[in-house]
Design a protein around this ligand. Structure first.
Ligand code: G6P
Length: 630
């Protein structure tokens, strides 16, 4: 949801900014812009190029964008349609102040009206232009005030820093912003809700929404926290808090990014999505690594919860959005079945506003690939306010959620670049199994034998996923059969209702075919009216499922109306062959691993269908990977 990068140092800024934007294009890709400061004959000039569409439209602009200081932005429109005019950076009237923004300023209309009364004119429909001009307004005021003050210490103050503070105090909403002023060699950054990270190089600094943007220059990073203001120069940076009026500097521990740039490259694959699907045996192996006890009787990770709390958990709430919420549904099924703890799953955007029932005996689990999704983050903060214990299942190391939760587990899937999530989902399901075993062991809900069996099955997941990735030719044939359809049903029962949801969203997101998911038993209560000859229905049959017969009945109901049946199954026999038009075979696994295994052919089905339809697979229309606004 918008990618930001800024650079200050001895190198030419433009190529660094352009590469950084390309690496963050997954965050938004409807328009992009770059601005730099160049110096010629001691004259400082601000340069700016903005384009509607992809970041590649900013290529070959080195002559227009000279200089060693700059900032850049790739946009996912919130206020105002995607256009060159609405794209970032935004600026004041004389173009001395340039600003890029990720987030939403909720009270921008009120601020805009006030500024209009003071003579400001607005040219775009964006909230960002309003924020830029608000800072400009305070900047002019502060400069005037400081030039008339007689006190020395006042004169040492930086008027732009004061203006930034004043403006951000007026603002309601979320922001990650980077700005510069033509007359100073500094970048200013501030964060509230949207991620920003400083990259610390040798005599150079970077600031971006994601460290991937600058990882070929430095791995040394400092993650900004909410209410931080950073003033970044070539050789140093200062960190301050918006909450402190004295402007004293804060010291915070730096981090080292532990993955390298190959993780964010395609490595020979045509699309990031295919690469990310194919690397699942490895990402799951990474997720398992070091966490399993050699005796197969425990999972190693820290649950910062007392024994007493764990034994008396009254309820678990799992809160997430999108694909992560489908992993959550699988988790609910498992926790209720094996631990008998009442568990609710709710999408964060609903939960946070429903005045949820939260008590101190509740465990609130958040699941998020990015660790930045605005609704999930707000839900997490709400849960903490009410005194619930919180636990995170998160991919991005150092993300805001990972720092907010009481305890948690990283899924170690590595950077996921394709907007449609694949490897994060399977690793999330694996981590939910870890949590299941951990809680089951402590509470005594699972026997030692059960735990040993479960752990040994979990250890097999990389190999089982490898086997599930073997069906490519058959999946391509199924994709060919559904590629021109208007609509598809995904039906699932029990834990595979979550898999059905994940399968349906995958095909919607990247192939734009309408797809709906239903609990299999619900089809007859309405959706069946839509079935007709050739209507594709995707579902699951697992031989040892206690509801095996019922799954076959659902298929029969659809088949009787002429539906085209695609079954993900762990066996092939004459019964199944008589029911299904296409069988996508996967290895036989217990229910707690079924969403992880059964989802693999559905990821590939979505991928190959989208490819046959000529869709933009990694960057589907209207979507963004990391939704840091409401
Ligand atoms: C966006 C993405 C989805 C993702 C969802 C939740 O909508 O397009 O792929 O599942 O956000 O993201 P999170 O990072 O919180 O898992």
């Amino acid at each position: 949801m918008c990618g930001i990068i800024g650079y200050i140092g001895p190198k030419v800024a433009y190529p660094i900014l352009l590469t950084g934007l390309k690496r963050m294009e997954y965050r938004g890709y409807d328009s992009a812009g770059i601005s730099t400061i160049s110096i010629e004959d001691n004259q400082r000039a601000v340069n700016i190029v903005k384009k509607q569409g992809k970041v590649s439209n900013l290529e070959n602009k080195q002559t227009e964008l000279q200089g060693n200081l700059g900032l850049a932005h790739t946009r996912w429109a919130t206020h105002g349609q995607p256009s060159e005019l609405n794209s970032h950076p935004h600026f004041n009237d004389d173009k001395s102040l340039m600003l890029v923004h990720n987030g939403i300023i909720e009270n921008y209309l009120t601020i805009k009206r006030n500024l209009e009364q003071r003579g400001y004119v607005f040219h775009t429909q964006t909230d960002t232009e309003v924020l830029t001009k608000l800072i400009d307004y305070y900047h002019k005021k502060c400069k005037q005030k400081l030039s008339t003050t007689l006190q020395n210490y006042e004169q040492k103050k930086d008027p732009l820093e004061l203006a930034l503070r004043a403006a951000l105090h007026d603002v309601v909403g979320a922001y990650g912003i980077v700005l510069f002023h033509k007359d100073t060699n500094k970048l200013y950054a501030a964060k509230h809700g949207s991620p920003l990270v400083i990259g610390i190089g040798k005599n150079e600094h970077f600031v971006a929404s994601d460290p991937a943007a600058f990882l070929d220059h430095t791995r040394r990073v400092l993650y900004l926290e909410d209410e931080d203001i950073a003033i970044i120069k070539e050789n140093s940076y200062e960190l301050k808090s918006l909450c402190s009026h004295n402007g004293e500097c804060i010291k915070r521990k730096e981090d080292l990014v532990d993955w390298d740039i190959t993780a964010v490259e395609k490595n020979g694959y045509e699309h990031f999505m295919l690469k990310e699907i194919m690397e699942q045996p490895q990402t799951l192996a990474n997720c398992l690594a070091g966490r399993l006890d050699p005796q197969f009787n425990d999972i190693k990770f820290t649950l910062k919860l007392t024994l007493n709390f764990i034994k008396n958990i009254k309820r678990i709430s799992i809160i997430a959005c999108g694909t992560s919420s489908y992993a959550a549904m699988a988790g609910k099924f498992l926790i209720e079945k094996y631990l008998r703890i009442p568990t609710e799953v709710e999408v964060a955007s609903e939960w946070r506003y429903k005045n949820p029932i939260i008590s101190k005996d509740d465990l609130v689990i958040v699941i998020s690939q990015s660790g930045e999704t605005a609704d999930t983050l707000a839900a997490l903060k709400l849960a903490k306010q009410f005194g619930a214990k919180t636990f995170g299942i998160i991919n991005v190391v150092g993300s805001t959620m990972s720092r907010e939760v009481d305890s948690g587990i990283y899924i170690h899937a590595g950077p996921e670049i394709c907007v449609a999530s694949t490897k994060a989902f399977t690793a999330q399901v694996l981590c939910l199994n870890f949590l299941l075993i951990k809680l089951g062991k402590i509470r005594g809900d699972l026997t030692e034998t059960q735990i040993q069996r479960m752990i040994s099955n979990l250890l097999n997941t990389p190999e089982l996923v490898k086997q599930s990735l073997n069906n490519i030719e058959q999946i391509k044939a199924a994709a060919n059969l559904i590629k021109d359809k208007q609509s598809i049903f995904y039906l699932g029962r029990g834990i595979n209702f979550a898999t059905a949801k994940e399968g349906a969203i995958k095909i919607k997101e990247i192939s734009y075919i309408h797809a709906e998911d239903f609990a299999s038993g619900e089809m007859k209560h309405g959706p069946i009216a839509l079935l007709e000859k050739g209507f594709p229905v995707v579902t699951f049959v697992n031989k040892n499922d206690p509801l095996y017969e019922k799954n076959l009945s659902s298929i029969q109901e659809a088949k009787a109306r002429g539906a085209y049946i695609i079954v993900v199954a762990d066996h092939i026999d004459s019964t199944l062959q008589s029911y299904a038009d296409t069988i996508l075979q996967v290895p036989k696994v217990p229910d707690y691993l079924q969403p992880l295994i059964n989802t693999i052919p559905l990821q590939l089905l979505a991928y190959y269908t989208a490819k046959l339809r000529g869709c933009e697979i990694d960057q589907p229309k209207n979507l963004a990977k990391s939704v840091t606004v409401e």
